[in-house]
Design a protein around this ligand. Structure first.
Ligand code: ZN
Length: 461
């Protein structure tokens, strides 16, 4: 085993909660792919040393909900001022047929590059670009790109078994639904090919129908939950993103989405939902009690005007909270620093609305860091996301050496409270360097920009 010592950090944020969020340690020793010790340490003979002086060290961010293919769908004019319902038709439904294997490969490379450069080390991609007789193997492309770039990758295998409303007659090929049996069979084959149950896995698979019950029938949900559990994988989907969705559930199912999920075996420590902007009644308590998690996507929710999840209330109730960028078509960027900054800001605005005294205590930076790191790893079932002995050596070293970060009285929380894109001196995944001084080894950024322009021209045509 090769041992590495990260030395003289100016601050270390552990990703843990409460008093444990900070440490007076300055050094981190890594053995192989795990952290061995954290403290004030002296180098061992022959040990590799990484100079972290002036740097703030975070656990690598864990992004629990993304749609990487959307990296080629930023700022689509027909959807730029739309809310969710119209945006789904104008942007994602309209453009999905224009993706081929090369477009997906370039989009995934762009998305993962942006995430890595923000200090993200784990990506759960909710990939729903599936239709019968697909001409390319999206899963293989995504796993290959993730492996090449060195990021931990969870493929949340999406898809629909019901057609998109408005497209029931003469459905274009790319909007045709799959059968539930075909989807479940493909998930089982993906598990065979890629899924690693190890707590330090680089590759995982999850069952992730796109949205209950817009795109999947009630009885199929239960089948999918049972199939996932028999395969030993987790369950993920979109839920309660806007008020129309709640009205739909009340009218069609006469119950809340969480009551419905409970009846269809879709709650538990192996389930996490994206968005949950609108929750009421005992929904939060039910999720807390069952260990169900949220992928909180504040930037996307702001962009689409969907509302915002009551993440602080969820966390206080004992729910598992994580952070996620969602697809770049509803965010226009996809980096975890922006997401954390938005989370830190938006809950203060929400709490302050209509009050004489404001919402400055709605959420702390330490809490946001926890959501975005250990909170996400916990939801994904990975032994990562915190800086403590035994966890994955997934670490981000931010050198706060630009004007934006000068003058900070507390540099530990600088990346979250100041936002922007801090200079990333080093990013490690399982002890392996994947970013050095804002560059991704082996990735020619000029070439990627040229390829993305070429693909974009085809997607826009
Ligand atoms: Zn989404």
């Amino acid at each position: 085993m090769t041992s590495t010592l990260i030395r003289n950090a100016a601050a270390i944020m552990t990703g843990l909660q409460g008093d444990a969020a900070r440490t007076d340690a300055t050094d981190i020793r890594i053995d192989g792919d795990r952290i061995r010790e954290v403290g004030r340490l002296s180098p061992l003979p022959g040990e590799t040393q990484v100079d972290a002086s002036g740097c703030v060290v975070y656990p690598g961010w864990v992004n629990t909900h993304h749609h990487l293919f959307q990296s080629m769908l930023k700022g689509v004019p027909a959807g730029i001022n739309s809310s969710l319902g119209d945006w789904l038709v104008q942007v994602t439904a309209r453009y999905r047929g224009r993706f081929d294997g090369e477009a997906l490969e370039v989009a995934a490379t762009v998305g993962i590059a942006e995430l890595l450069l923000s200090g993200c080390t784990t990506v759960a991609d909710h990939h729903y670009l599936y239709y019968p007789d697909m001409p390319f193997d999206g899963a293989r492309i995504l796993f290959d790109v993730a492996e090449r770039m060195g990021v931990r990758f969870v493929l949340c295998r999406g898809g629909m078994t019901k057609p998109q409303p408005g497209f029931e007659v003469d459905i274009p090929r790319e909007l045709r639904p799959e059968s539930a049996d075909a989807m479940i069979a493909d998930v089982a084959s993906l598990v065979q090919r890629y899924h690693d149950p190890d707590l330090l896995a680089m590759r995982r698979v999850a069952m992730a129908p796109t949205t209950p019950t817009y795109r999947v029938r009630p009885e199929e949900l239960r089948e999918m939950a049972r199939a996932a559990r028999s395969l030993g994988i987790r369950l993920h989907t979109h839920l309660s993103e806007n008020l129309d969705y709640l009205r739909f559930f009340r009218e069609v199912h006469d119950r809340t989405p969480i009551e419905f999920c409970d009846e269809h075996e879709w709650l538990g420590p192996d389930v996490w939902f994206a968005h949950l902007c609108h929750t009421g009644g005992d929904e939060i308590e039910r999720m807390a009690r069952t260990g169900t998690g949220i992928a909180h996507c504040p930037a996307s929710n702001c962009r689409l005007g969907s509302g915002i999840a009551q993440a602080p209330k969820m966390a206080a109730a004992g729910m598992k909270v994580s952070l996620a960028v969602d697809g770049a078509a509803s965010n226009e960027s996809a980096d975890m620093i922006s997401e954390a900054h938005t989370a830190w800001m938006v809950h203060r605005a929400v709490k302050g609305l209509g009050r004489f005294e404001g919402g400055g205590d709605a959420v702390t930076a330490e809490q946001v860091i926890h959501w975005g790191t250990r909170g996400g790893a916990d939801i994904l079932g990975l032994d990562a996301g915190s800086i403590e002995a035994g966890r994955a050596a997934d670490l981000a070293l931010y050198a706060l050496d630009e004007p934006r970060y000068m003058g900070l009285h507390d540099i530990g929380i600088g990346p979250v409270i100041s936002g922007g894109r801090p200079h990333l001196r080093c990013l490690m995944v399982g002890g392996k360097v994947v970013v050095r001084d804002d560059a991704i080894p082996g990735l020619d950024m000029a070439e990627l920009a040229a390829r993305s322009r070429k693909v974009l021209a085809r997607v826009m045509r």
